[in-house]
Design a protein around this ligand. Structure first.
Ligand code: M6P
Ligand code: ZN
Length: 185
C-alpha cells in the first residue's frame, strides 16, 4: 500500500485555485489543434482555454485523484471553449464532477456511440460511469469552475476521441446553446 499521510488543501471556491497545488496544466488553443470543426481566428492568438490544478496522489485504485478545472469563456467558430475530453485508460473507472462557478455542459459518450449531456452549475454533482468519455464545455460568459474526483489508476486516454470527437457539439445558436450532431463523428 502507498503510504500517504492525511492532508488538507484549501480551494478558492470561485477561482478553483488549490493551495497548495501540486501540479498545474494549462491548455491553449494550440494544444487543441483539430478538435474544433473550424480553425481559430488568427486574432485569437494562442489563447488560454483552460487550467487544471491537480492534487497528486499515487496512481493506484487505493487512491482518489482530485483536480479543479477552470475553463475560460470563449468560442472557436460556433463551438464553445471546451476541454480536450478523454476516456479513462482503465475503461471501468468512474468520476464525479462538482460544479462551483459559471454555467457549463458535461458531454459524455460511450465507444458504442451513446451520448449524454448534463448541466454543470454551482452545486451540480455529475456522475460519470466507467466507459463514458467526458468533456466539459463553458457555455457562459464567465469562468466555468468545477472539481473532479476519480479512481486513482484511471489514466487519460485522449487518442480515442482525438480525431472524430464526440457524437454531439455544443454551439452558440441565436436562441442559446445548442446540442448539435457532430458531422465528423
Ligand atoms: C477534470 C478531470 C481531469 C481532467 C480535466 C481536464 O478536472 O476530468 O482528469 O484532466 O478535467 O480535462 P482533459 O484532461 O480532458 O483535458
Ligand atoms: Zn476523467
Amino acid at each position: 500500500r502507498d503510504a500517504v499521510a492525511p492532508f488538507n488543501v484549501l480551494m478558492e471556491l470561485d477561482k478553483g485555485v488549490l493551495e497548495p497545488t501540486d501540479h498545474t496544466k494549462r491548455r491553449h488553443l494550440s494544444d487543441m489543434h483539430g478538435m474544433y470543426l473550424e480553425e481559430p481566428d488568427e486574432a485569437a492568438g494562442d489563447a488560454l482555454v483552460y487550467t487544471v490544478h491537480e492534487i497528486v496522489v499515487p496512481e493506484s485504485p487505493d487512491h482518489i485523484q482530485c483536480s479543479t478545472t477552470i475553463l475560460q469563456p470563449g468560442r472557436v467558430g460556433r463551438e464553445f471553449f471546451m476541454t480536450k475530453g478523454h476516456f479513462h485508460e482503465v475503461r471501468g473507472r468512474s468520476e464525479v464532477y462538482l460544479g462551483l462557478r459559471g454555467e457549463g455542459r458535461l458531454v459524455m459518450a460511450t465507444e458504442g456511440g451513446d451520448h449524454a449531456v448534463e448541466h454543470i452549475v454551482p452545486g451540480s454533482v455529475s456522475y460519470v460511469p466507467g466507459g463514458w468519455a467526458h468533456r466539459s464545455v463553458n457555455i457562459g460568459s464567465e469562468l466555468l469552475v468545477f472539481f473532479a474526483a476519480y479512481v486513482g489508476d484511471a489514466g487519460h486516454d485522449y487518442a480515442t476521441i482525438e480525431d472524430e470527437g464526440l457524437p454531439v457539439l455544443l454551439t452558440d445558436a441565436p436562441d442559446g446553446p445548442r446540442v448539435e450532431r457532430n458531422p465528423r463523428y
